[in-house]
Design a protein around this ligand. Structure first.
Ligand SMILES: [Zn+2]
Length: 145
């Protein structure tokens, strides 16, 4: 009595596994095709967000990593300062002492926000323009101190 139900269940499970394998394969082929047809996007590794220049690298699968802020005045790398609450941070250039922020976010989520901006530009294809022309319209909720 129970056997047909069990084998149906196993068939369904196998079907699911095969379907997800096919999906992963199609996604991999599509992404390889996309890479081949837009090889230039890996050159997009610098942009201007939240009054600061950001530079980053791409991992093997195109994931944005090693995201670092740079000073627009002297082009030195900026260190991220916490004000103690861990919910607010500001960026300060150690070379010219220029400060940026405060941003009401933690270091991790600030980088997530910037990564989202980059991802968005990569998706909608607006990145080549942005690499030449700073997009100053991006703002986090700033304390305006
Ligand atoms: Zn500076």
């Amino acid at each position: 009595m129970g056997t047909p139900i069990l084998s149906n269940w196993i068939l369904g499970l196998l079907g699911l596994i095969v379907l997800s394998a096919v999906f992963v394969l199609v996604a991999a082929v599509l992404s390889a095709w996309k890479d081949q047809h837009s090889p230039g996007w890996r050159c997009y590794r610098r942009d201007f967000f939240l009054s600061v220049w950001w530079q980053w690298q791409y991992g093997p699968s195109g994931i944005i990593r090693d995201l670092r802020p740079f000073c627009p005045s002297c082009d030195e790398e900026i260190e991220i300062d916490y004000d103690g609450t861990l919910r607010q941070l500001s960026l300060q250039c150690k070379t010219c002492s220029r400060r940026f922020g405060p941003f009401e976010t933690s270091s991790g989520s600030l980088k997530r926000v910037i990564t989202r901006f980059i991802d968005q530009k990569l998706r909608d294809g607006s990145w080549p323009v942005a690499a030449d022309e700073p997009s100053s319209s991006r703002h986090l909720t700033s304390g305006r101190v």
